[in-house]
Design a protein around this ligand. Structure first.
Ligand SMILES: Nc1ncnc2c1ncn2[C@@H]1O[C@H](COP(=O)(O)OP(=O)(O)OP(=O)(O)O)[C@@H](O)[C@H]1O
Ligand SMILES: [Mg+2]
Length: 388
C-alpha cells in the first residue's frame, strides 16, 4: 500500500465535489486515494484483454501495474451494470473504513468523467472459485483448506461483530474469497454490504446475492441479517471441504446439490465420503467431518438456529464443541427460476415462505459456481426489527 502512495492524490476533507447523480460528498470518503483514468489506462496497457482477469456483476477486472511497480486489481464498473453508482460509492465508503488481514484492501478509486473504477490490492492466487473449484495447479492440502475456512470465518466475524455498526456482506461465495501468495484468504466485494445502525438488527432493501449461496429467507422474503451471511458461509465451508461447487448437474441426480448430499450423508453417518477425494488419507477425518457439521449448522432453514459467526469461529478452531442436537435438515430453495423470475414472483407475493430446496438460477447458468455472478434487483425497501 505504501509503495503506491506517491502516485495518488488524497481526497481533501475540504472538497465539496459531488458525484454525478448522487448526494454523496467525496469528503465523506476518508482514506481513499484518487487515481487518474490515464494512470490506470497506462497501468493496464489500455485495459487490454491480456490484462483482464475476470468479469463479474460490476464489470471487468484487470490486473494493473502502477508506475512504481505496485500490482493492483482494477475493477471497472460497466455502464450497464445493475450495480450502479450508489453501490460503487457504498463499496468505497465501507471498505475504506475497515482493515483486516482477511479482507481485501481497497487502495482507491477513479471517478473521472463517466469512469467509475475501484483499485484493490492484487491477490496473486486468484479466487477459490477459479482455483479450488476451477482449474489450477495449486494443491489444496487439508492444512491449507483449514486455514482458508478459519481465515474467512475470522474476516466475517470481524465484519459481523467488531466493526461498528456491523456489516453484512450479502455475497459470500467462492469467487469472493481471494488468495494471496501464501494462500491466505481475503474476502472481497463489499459493494453489497450495508452498514446497520446498532438499534436496527434487520435491514432489507433488495436481494443481491448469488444462486446456490442465498439463504431461503433472503431469496424468498428479502430478509437480510448476519444469519444470511452465515448461511452462505456454511455453503462455502462445505465447498472447501468437498472441493466441489454447490451445484453440479453433471453428477448423478442425488449428488447434484451439495447441501442435499451433505444432509443425506450426515443422516447415514457417512460425512467422510463428502471430503474431497484429492486429499486421499492426508487429512484429519474427525476435523473434516466436524467442518461439514458446522456447514450444516450454518445452513439451517431457520436463521435463529444458525450459530453466530463468532461461535462458528470458535467451533472451527476447537474452542467450542459442535452440538449435534442442533443439526437439522438444511434450508433449501427449489425454485428452478432465474433471478428475475424470482424477483417478479416475490413482488407479486407468489413466492411462499414454505417453498424449500435449492435456489438454482438454472437455465442461464453453468454448473460451476465460478461462473455465477451476483444478481441485484430493486423491489422494495423495508426496515424491520429483529433479534438477529
Ligand atoms: N483483488 C483481486 N486480485 C486478484 N484477482 C481479483 C481481484 N478482484 C477480483 N479478481 C478476479 O476477478 C474476478 C471477477 O471479480 P468480480 O468480483 O468482478 O466478479 P465475481 O466475484 O466473479 O462475481 P460478482 O460480481 O458476483 O462478485 C474474480 O473472480 C477474481 O478472479
Ligand atoms: Mg466478486
Amino acid at each position: 500500500m505504501t509503495c503506491c502512495s506517491h502516485l495518488f492524490r488524497k481526497i481533501r476533507s475540504s472538497s465539496a465535489t459531488r458525484f454525478a447523480g448522487t448526494d454523496i460528498d467525496i469528503s465523506e470518503l476518508h482514506n481513499v486515494k484518487i487515481y487518474t483514468y490515464k494512470e490506470l489506462r497506462i497501468a493496464t496497457t489500455g485495459f487490454s484483454l491480456a490484462n483482464k482477469i475476470g468479469q463479474g456483476g460490476f464489470g471487468s477486472v484487470y490486473k494493473g501495474k502502477l508506475r512504481d511497480g505496485c500490482l493492483v486489481a482494477i475493477k471497472v464498473l460497466s455502464a450497464e451494470s445493475k450495480q450502479g453508482v450508489q453501490e460503487f460509492l457504498t463499496e468505497i465508503k465501507v471498505i475504506s473504513s475497515i482493515e483486516h488481514e482477511n479482507l481485501v484492501k481497497l487502495y482507491g478509486c477513479c471517478v473521472e468523467n463517466n469512469h467509475r473504477i475501484l483499485v484493490y490490492g492484487y491477490l496473486e492466487n486468484n479466487s477459490l472459485a477459479q482455483t479450488l473449484l476451477g482449474h489450477s495447479n495449486i494443491k489444496f492440502s487439508w492444512d491449507v483448506r483449514h486455514n482458508i475456512c478459519v481465515g474467512v470465518a475470522r474476516g466475517l466475524a470481524f465484519l459481523h461483530g467488531e466493526v461498528q455498526p456491523h456489516i453484512i456482506h450479502r455475497d459470500i461465495k467462492a469467487s469472493n474469497v481471494l488468495l494471496d501468495t501464501d494462500l491466505r484468504p481475503k474476502i472481497s466485494d463489499f459493494g453489497l454490504a450495508k452498514l446497520i445502525s446498532p438499534n436496527l438488527t434487520h435491514i432489507s432493501t433488495r436481494v443481491a446475492g448469488t444462486a446456490g449461496y442465498v439463504a431461503p429467507e433472503y431469496a424468498i422474503r428479502n430478509q437480510v441479517t448476519r444469519k444470511s451471511d452465515i448461511y452462505s458461509f456454511g455453503v462455502l465451508l462445505l465447498e472447501i471441504v468437498s472441493g466441489r461447487p454447490n451445484t453440479n448437474r453433471r453428477l448423478p441426480v442425488k449428488e447434484q446439490y451439495l447441501l442435499t448430499r451433505a444432509w443425506d450423508l450426515y443422516e447415514k453417518g457417512e460425512l467422510k465420503t463428502l471430503v474431497d477425494s484429492f486429499l486421499e488419507e492426508d487429512f484429519s477425518v474427525e476435523e473434516a467431518v466436524k467442518f461439514c457439521k458446522i456447514g450444516l449448522l450454518c445452513t439451517q432453514d431457520s436463521p435463529q438456529l444458525r450459530p453466530s459467526m463468532s461461535t462458528v469461529l470458535k467451533m472451527l478452531i476447537g474452542e467450542k464443541d459442535v452440538n449435534e442436537d442442533h443439526i437439522i435438515k438444511p434450508g433449501l430453495i427449489f425454485e428452478f427460476v432465474d433471478a428475475n423470475d424470482l424477483e417478479d414472483k416475490r413482488c407479486k407475493g407468489e413466492v411462499k415462505s414454505t417453498c424449500t430446496s435449492l435456489l438454482a438460477n438454472s437455465r442461464k447458468q453453468d454448473d460451476s459456481s465460478s461462473s455465477k455472478t451476483s444478481f441485484a434487483t430493486m423491489c422494495f425497501t423495508a426496515i424491520c426489527d429483529r433479534t438477529n
